[in-house]
Design a protein around this ligand. Sequence first.
Ligand code: OSB
Ligand code: MG
Length: 375
Amino acid sequence: MKIERLDLYHISQPLVSPFVTSFGRQEERHCLILALHSEGLTGWGECVANSAPGYSYETVGTAWHILSDFLIPAVLGRELQEPEEIAGWLKFVRGHPLAKAALDQAAWDITAQRDGLSLARKLAQPYPEGPRRRVKVGVSIGIQPTIDQTLAVIHHHLDEGYGRIKLKIRPGHDVDLARAARAAFPDTLIMLDANSAYRLEDAIIFQAMDGLDLLMIEQPLDYEDIYDHSRLRPLIHTPLCLDESIHSADHARYALAIGACDIINIKPGRVGGWTEARKVHDLCRSQGIPVWCGGMLETGVGRAAQLALASLPGFTLPGDISATARYYAEDIATHFSLNPEDSTISVPTAPGLGVEVNMARLARVTLQKETYVYR
Ligand code: OSB
Ligand code: MG
């Protein structure tokens, strides 16, 4: 398939409720949406960079620059056979995985459509068992003004049918919160995400939570660190999960080699796309390390592709893939809803991503658009 044309959109949609983490507060979600056109088909990708460099050094601004000036010119007019080729074409740019992943996702979508396969089926081709039809999901709760308010939000999401709760923590908003949540909800799967807010010297804080039967603690230490996580892990009982530190299958290999984690959160954006995400999955699966699919407050475009990834056999823990209405009252793509009886979301089965992009809505929320044509 010759890559004939690409459209890049910078969009912003208001969040249903503000999302607060140890790295900042978000009231609206900026991201980039990319459309890749070939042979009458359109593949869609979402770049999950944010307006500020809090979670990652990338922003919508840097991703626009990198896509527009380097990545898109490198793919325009090329003959795409399989999506696994994309990562190699983009390798000449160091870093910038969130920008690369948007192109990678669009390439997976369009080739899956060409093959008449759902993205889940295409991704799951190497595995005899095929993709799961429903994916276990949980909800990630941002930092609330008080512990009581956090408990009320947990209650609300449990009522909706979510079976796993993730609480964001930061220094001063950690042990008491975790204790209160465990006391109020003794049988709920509860985990914490620190988004790199602590140092190894804070081990005592995590030791204080050892008896709370938490599912895991996600990324307590620095976003670039693997080594100190390997020193923290034997000091605590709660399973340790890495998010920010893992940028590739190689990073995952280093982390497992030195015993830095028990679990890995796989975000396709963070590792540069779905091909690399599947490599991280394969490595972890071969070593008996459970993985789950992380989230970045995706629109329906990104969410569909998360569901496809999380349908692979090694994704044995619930993902941060909530119903889209939790984030956006109105969205640019078909809404995904929760199956409350088993805290799952059904994996799309139509060819490619299996979602309908609402072009009128997309136009309404677009702040900037650029079209790149091969001539
Ligand atoms: O650390 O997992 C994270 C959102 C934005 C940036 C980083 C993270 C998150 C979440 C929300 O935890 C996951 C989601 O519901 O999409
Ligand atoms: Mg995280």
